[in-house]
Ligand binder design. Structure first.
Ligand code: URA
Length: 210
């Protein structure tokens, strides 16, 4: 079964992504653009989030109006590059809880190895949004979602900036029920498992560690 992919091709998202891809972008502008971009992507990702009705007083009348169930959302950055998505998303969903998954890629096998996992309580009532800028081989995304599913959240979405056909296929072969939200689907992977043309190592570009 093929999984669902939401390509967020809004001009503002594409414009900022182009600026981020440039190798001349400084750490400062890369992180600022990622912050802005994740806020814009949050609109699309939360489009069908559950809402509840509350009674409020406007200056003129009492009315029934709707609020998002922000506390039911758990944002799950995959460490460390996923952290770059966090503040932009939290600025639009401030009530969201945050869980962390620490994974690193074995440079030889490109397999994902877990070193940290911490989720808020009550996962069964929560909608999880997994954050990782690059869905490349798909191995760490698959491992993160495997682990997250053990906590039985109500729903899971996966958000990235960039992906590629082989990463998407690998991910959806393993998790056909998890929709992917992305700003671009690039050509493919190089021999080191990097997305081409991509934007390089997202973690290094966010944290200035190159
Ligand atoms: N991780 C990155 O940071 N960049 C890639 O292109 C692939 C994986």
């Amino acid at each position: 079964m093929a999984g669902i992919v939401h390509l967020i091709d809004h001009p503002l998202v594409q414009h900022k992504l182009t600026l981020m891809r440039k190798k001349s972008a400084s750490v400062n502008s890369f992180t600022r653009l990622l912050d802005e971009l994740s806020t814009l992507m949050a609109y699309e990702i939360t489009r069908d989030m559950p809402m509840h009705t509350v009674e409020i007083e406007t200056p003129l009348a009492t009315m029934q109006s709707r609020l998002i169930d922000g506390k039911k959302i758990v944002l799950v950055p995959i460490l460390r590059a996923g952290l770059g998505f966090l503040s932009g998303m939290r600025s639009v969903v401030p009530g969201a809880r945050v869980g962390h998954i620490g994974l690193y890629r074995d440079p030889k096998t490109l397999g994902a190895i877990e070193y940290y996992f911490k989720m808020p309580s009550g996962m069964k009532d929560r909608d999880a949004i997994v954050l990782d800028p690059m869905l490349a081989t798909g191995n760490s995304a698959i491992a993160a979602v495997d682990r997250l599913k053990e906590t039985k959240p109500k729903s899971i979405r996966f958000v990235c900036l960039l992906t590629c056909p082989e990463g998407l296929k690998n991910f959806h072969d393993n998790h056909p029920d998890v929709p992917v939200y992305t700003a671009a689907i690039d050509q493919g992977l190089n021999d080191h498992g990097y997305i081409v043309p991509g934007l390089g190592d997202a973690g290094d570009r966010i944290f200035g560690t190159k």
